[in-house]
Ligand binder design. Sequence first.
Ligand code: NAD
Length: 480
Amino acid sequence: MTTNKTPITIAYGDGIGPSIMQATLDILEAAGAQIAPEPIEIGEKVYLSGQSNGIEASAWESLRRTKVFLKAPITTPQGGGYKSLNVSMRKALGLYANVRPCIAYAPFVRTKHPNMDLVIVRENEEDLYAGIEHRQTEEVYQCLKLITRPGCERIVRYAFEYAQQQNRQRVTCFIKDNIMKLTDGLFHQVFRDIAKEYPDIQHDSMIVDIGAARVADTPEAFDVIVMPNLYGDIISDVAAQIAGSVGMAGSANIGDHCAMFEAIHGSAPDLAGQNIANPSGLLHGAIQMLVHIGQSEVAEKIHHAWLATLEQGLHTADIYKEGQSKALLGTTEFAKAVISRLGQSPSQLNAPSYAGSKPLVLPAVAHKTPCDKELVGIDIFLQWQKGEAQTLGEELKTYGSDALDLKLITNRGVKVWPEGFPETYCVDHWRCRFMSPNMHLDFAEVLALQTRLHDAGFDVVKTENLYNFNGEPGYAAVHG
Ligand code: NAD
């Protein structure tokens, strides 16, 4: 039998997950959403059964086939050894864009920022979330921050395309390129370049610390904000909370082939089994999903009915306010209230229109033409505890050659040789920079230097090749 229903993969999750998922599915069905849900098992039970990533191997088959996932929150068991299911999902399915609208519903939901209406577009796959961490010495641990040109281009273009489609006026970029000149510097440069292709959309940039402070203080001054993964993770929770309740915001995780929709909050074990959680966050995820699968009319109908329910003072406990709300509803009753208002529109709150909304289709990111890449030196990282920087510098210098000369040593990024400060606190991890005097280096010289150091008893824990790209250094200058 053929059916017009779109298959979607769903997961009921843990804690409040099953009840908010049921409430959401009830509303979708009553509104006439043409979907065929396929449940998969993820979360705590799966983790505890021995799957370290929290998802059954068989569940991937459904996800690959339907390419659309509506996911309730899950509980990650305490203790080491469990990988984040969300991070695994985003990476495995290539979900590079995380889109989180954070909107105030004043005066019906209490907030200090009644005019707030912003969208955070967070890069979802890279940055410190690459999961590449190492312990290098007894005292030093490292987490690799990876920022790629294709990753920046995709997320920045997504933010501008989203702004254009949603009739938003401005895109702001948050970065920390005063400190991370290469990684965040690339994100910022790509932002400036792509912004030129959208002359009708205003753009500006802020260092993330002052940007975050302004979001917390005057969120109504922002429209769309695009940022790398870690900043987006933190700031989008702040934005959702100050809009009214963390229980109200939904999020879409978009890739070229698949998409995942969810609430931004977790499984709230403190509320589980009591029928008191707000299902609105997951419902917002589901509304974004309906638009994504081309059922914009149903999405709009549900969104309007939900706004009408809020306006009429029918509230769950997280947003209920004595004297202002009309009734305190449980999860199931709130879903019934929305269902009975399908067809109604809000009288005061802004009723969004999804007419003509389609999934954004971005052009494939073109790989850059190869640069002229020249090896010019090496940073050798040593574990060394035997004394002062001066001692290390004088000794290491003798292992240089005509092709590789010791230029400087840093400790935690601060120059300690030559001419370091005696006050600089040093740990057992030394970065020793050897450069080629003629800016051209054969890799065999690098290997020979490492062998000489190893034979002399030095503990080489890591190396980084230093390249020039089209004559420009591909490594950061040294502080101090
Ligand atoms: P949480 O988001 O579950 O809860 C934080 C606070 O917000 C709690 O006081 C909770 O009662 C409240 N809250 C959350 N959702 C609500 C809702 N729908 N209605 C009313 N109040 C709501 O964060 P947590 O307590 O730090 O984490 C609990 C578990 O969730 C942890 O195991 C964590 O790993 C997991 N988690 C999962 C996801 C996800 O699956 N996407 C996201 C975040 C946290």
